[in-house]
Design a binder for this molecule. Sequence first.
Ligand code: DC
Length: 456
Amino acid sequence: MGLNIALDGPSGAGKSTIAKLAAKKMGFVYVDTGALYRSIAYNALTKGVDLDDAQAVTASLDGLDLKLTYIDGAQAVLANGENVSDKIRTPEVSMGASKVSAIPAVREFLLDTQRNIARENDIIMDGRDIGTVVLPDAQVKLFLTASAEERANRRFKELQEKGDPSTYEEVLADINQRDYNDTHREIAPLKQAEDAQVIDSTSMTIDEVVDAICKAAEQSDGSKKKSDDERQLKREERRNREIMPIHPISKTRKINPLRQAFYSGFRPLVRFIFKCHFNMVFEGVENIPTDGGNIFASNHRSYGDPVFIALMTRVPISYMAKEELFKHNIFFTALIKAFGAFPVVRGSGDTKVIDTSIEKLESGRNLVIFPEGTRSKDGKLGKGKNGVALIATVAQTKVVPVGINFEGEKLSRKKKIVVRYGKPIDPKELGINDASTGSIKKIKKIIMEEISSLVY
Ligand code: DC
């Protein structure tokens, strides 16, 4: 489960404005559950259903497929594939949403949609019953409120700007009425969860409220573990998801026969040299696929790692190397390029590296990736980044976990190096066929666990 922030509170407390800003700041997904109730009302209205007729509204749910998606970072609702995001913002639909949200079958219908998105993502979800009913296990529960007078004041100003003739007294009466309806309805009434932290925004600025939410998230255990780096990756991943559908590699292209012949002849020679220089042991070589287009995901101990891994693969490899390595000197650059290195600019959010990786796999090469992103000096496996899982998922290709082991920090002559190859992990066999955050997380976890089991 991702980090879930449940944000409940009465109408007009500014939940959506605040939640949107906080989500952007933290790289979370903002889930506006009101939009789902609005979409049900819109769907029923377009079918001519009387919204006061609970049975007819319930029947209108039959065959209705509601999906939340994100377009340019903003939430959109698809009702049977149609983007209804703008159409649900009319006064008629607002009133309709209020009616349908009191129907038990409607609330039940939306539970899975809301829970599924929370299971797979770091989210901030706003609504009325999120902390109490939808996500009772959310790590952070917030109840955002403000005095009825202050909420009426804010709403009154908004309406005035739009040229609406309502008086302040009318707006206040409306707020009081909605508060009463929301808190007194029979099903899932607006109620503060017992373990919710109350934020009273009456005399707070928007920025202050956003900061309070981010602070509450930081203080929760789950969030503390997430570095800015990881959040950046999540943001990238979300961008990628919009522009990067699954693109299974064809596995039909073979390496140029000349290159392959050269590699096949050259490899035993290099292996011989390495075996003379180090005390090399290879384990699990039977796990190495005989074809190309596979990913080798390994822990990272030394600059020799790509070569150690390649010594036993029958097909030439490519590997990502940090951009700085290409700036050392021309001989070193030529050498690592000859061994299949291509540059990656770390933490840049550059999606080109994903495209290049897929191209390399598509060309029939194997691809070596070090998910930790940096070398480990003490041999302990660090935290994995998402790139490897994303590439494997998009390319729908196997990942061979690799563990490289030697004592101490530095390599030296005659040192024992044990390279262990684990059983390939196949996204297809795991039923992973989309690049959602949930899929990426799942496969990354498996890859890192497998590498960890190969590292001593
Ligand atoms: O937040 P909003 O105005 O878009 O919500 C539309 C309606 O849906 C509103 O009348 C309250 C209701 N709602 C609800 O009952 N439970 C939720 N979790 C979200 C909204």
